[in-house]
Write a protein that binds this ligand. Structure first.
Ligand code: SF4
Length: 249
């Protein structure tokens, strides 16, 4: 079983769910049956404490409170705080990273430290600025011990939060930074095979979105710090993102 299948199994969606673009489309009846299951993934006690029936009805303050108080997986016990995301909640641009690092864990904001500086420079290069028509978040909201890769069940527990953020923002374009971000958005392949092209995102759960959102996958800033040679490829991806956005607005 590959990593995507492991995550979908944790969500009780495997083998019902087939990624968009795969040969067998998901059956609508099966997807409808899967919907309550994905909602149950979020800690029921947290939902009850917040007086909410399901995540799909959460507004921003409710969603923030849910994430802040979430103990749905073991990552919360080892981190300082959850890192929800930041920026313009009506942004056209949504940048999705992987998980908070040690600096993010301390400051409670995504993309701080060296990778944050590089992301800010990347944004500036395409005439964007953090917080202005840009929202930034991660696929997983808690720092994993020792900055390890989150396990499939931990990623699966956190999926509904990102899904709801995307529903609320309704960005025109999503830029996934790194392989794990791409994985959570439904793509399981090596990053070189995913970058450099336009994908469509509709969410992993059946209630996610009314329409597809264009999605571009590129390197995570931390990868670029380790392998500067990939910066030229990342720049190509960002040019594709800019050209796509120009067509959309
Ligand atoms: Fe909750 Fe996500 Fe943190 Fe796990 S990683 S405790 S699911 S917010």
């Amino acid at each position: 079983m590959n990593r995507e299948e492991a995550i979908l199994r944790e969500l009780n969606l495997y083998p019902l769910w087939q990624r968009r673009g795969q040969a067998k489309p998901v059956c609508e009846q099966e997807a409808a049956a899967a919907q309550p299951i994905i909602e149950q993934v979020t800690s029921q006690s947290v939902m009850e404490k917040a007086g909410l029936q399901n995540l799909a009805s959460c507004n921003w303050p409710e969603l923030k409170a849910l994430v802040k108080n979430c103990t749905a997986c073991k990552l919360r016990a080892g981190c300082t705080q959850t890192v929800f995301g930041m920026g313009d909640v009506r942004a056209d641009w949504l940048f999705v990273g992987e998980w908070p690092g040690a600096d993010e864990d301390v400051q409670g904001e995504p993309f701080v430290g060296q990778s944050g500086k590089l992301l800010d420079n990347i944004l500036a290069a395409i005439k964007l600025k953090r917080g202005h028509n840009v929202y930034i978040t991660n696929t997983v909201k808690c720092y994993p011990p020792g900055n390890r890769t989150p396990e499939a069940n931990e990623i699966a527990q956190c999926v509904p939060y990102l899904e709801r953020q995307i529903q609320l923002i309704q960005p025109k374009l999503i830029v996934a930074l790194g392989e794990t971000a791409a994985l959570l958005l439904g793509y399981d392949a090596a990053l070189p095979d995913l970058r450099g092209k336009l994908h469509n995102y509709r969410g992993l759960s059946s209630h996610s979105l009314d329409k597809d959102i264009p999605l571009i996958i590129t390197y995570h800033p931390t990868d670029l710090l380790h392998t500067p040679l990939n910066k030229a490829k990342a720049w190509d991806d960002l040019c594709l993102a800019v050209a796509t956005m120009q067509r959309l607005v």
